[in-house]
Ligand binder design. Structure first.
Ligand code: CDP
Length: 226
């Protein structure tokens, strides 16, 4: 069994990289950000009433399903996966993710989700807090401008120039989340000491996927004793 983790700032390409690696190297894929986003949908539905929110956390109204290349989220049995990237979620998720009650539940769920098969999981604190003994740890970074450019492109049909108001909005959201995620008390965004840092600002997507797959193959060879 092998656990591979990728941490890093917002929009560094962790999800697409992890999905591609999962598909090509035959690993299960776990997107922890989808879980924080799922809790945020619930927080927004409860109109930011913290007391009601903490009660709802206890009632375990959220359910997560990890398919080979997509992480699905359900609230009271209804699928909410397509709401996870809504602007109102982007704007609140770092606030929700700073709450210890939320982190505790998600950390527990993540550890449960890892069965006996090899998996790749991505987030902010996976190498530092959730899976400190992971066989492989990566920390993916890129310049803020480049991350904003990629995230803007990713949003359906967005081919406007990078000086548009919308691009600025994307950039500001990434910057704001990074600042809250890095400065929070509980499990801040941080590179694990033993993580391999990949700055993808000028690394091609195929190259970064290949780097991770090569490392997985080395661990597999070692595990099988060759
Ligand atoms: O895809 P992107 O990098 O923009 O974000 P994400 O991975 O979906 O994560 C959304 C938010 O969830 C982050 O900004 C963090 O506030 C929170 N998060 C976290 O605190 N810890 C994790 N392990 C994963 C996400």
């Amino acid at each position: 069994m092998m656990i591979v983790v990728i941490d890093g700032p917002a929009g560094a390409g962790k999800s697409s990289t992890a999905q591609a690696v999962a598909r090509r190297a035959g690993l299960d894929y776990i997107d922890s950000g989808a879980m924080y986003r799922g809790f945020t949908v619930l927080f927004n539905e409860l109109r930011h009433d913290k007391e009601a929110f903490f009660d709802a956390i206890e009632q375990e109204r959220l359910y997560f399903e990890f398919d080979r290349d997509v992480s699905r989220v359900f609230l009271d049995g209804r699928e909410i996966t397509d709401q996870l990237r809504d602007p109102e979620v982007n704007n609140q998720v770092s606030v929700v993710a700073a709450m210890p009650q939320v982190r505790e539940q998600i950390t527990r769920e993540l550890r449960k989700a890892v069965g006996n098969s090899d998996c790749i999981a991505e987030g902010r604190d996976l190498g530092t807090v959730v899976f400190p003994n992971a066989e492989l740890k990566f920390f993916l970074t890129a310049d803020l401008e480049e991350r904003a450019r990629r995230r803007h492109l990713e949003m359906a049909g967005k081919d406007e120039p990078s000086d548009s108001e919308e691009f600025q909005g994307v950039l500001e959201n990434l910057q704001q989340r990074d600042s809250i995620d890095s400065s929070r008390k509980e499990a801040p965004l941080q590179k694990a000491e033993d993580a391999i840092e990949l700055d993808t600002t000028s690394l091609s997507f195929d190259r970064q996927v290949a780097r991770i797959i090569e490392a997985i193959e080395r661990v597999r060879a070692y595990q099988s004793g060759s």
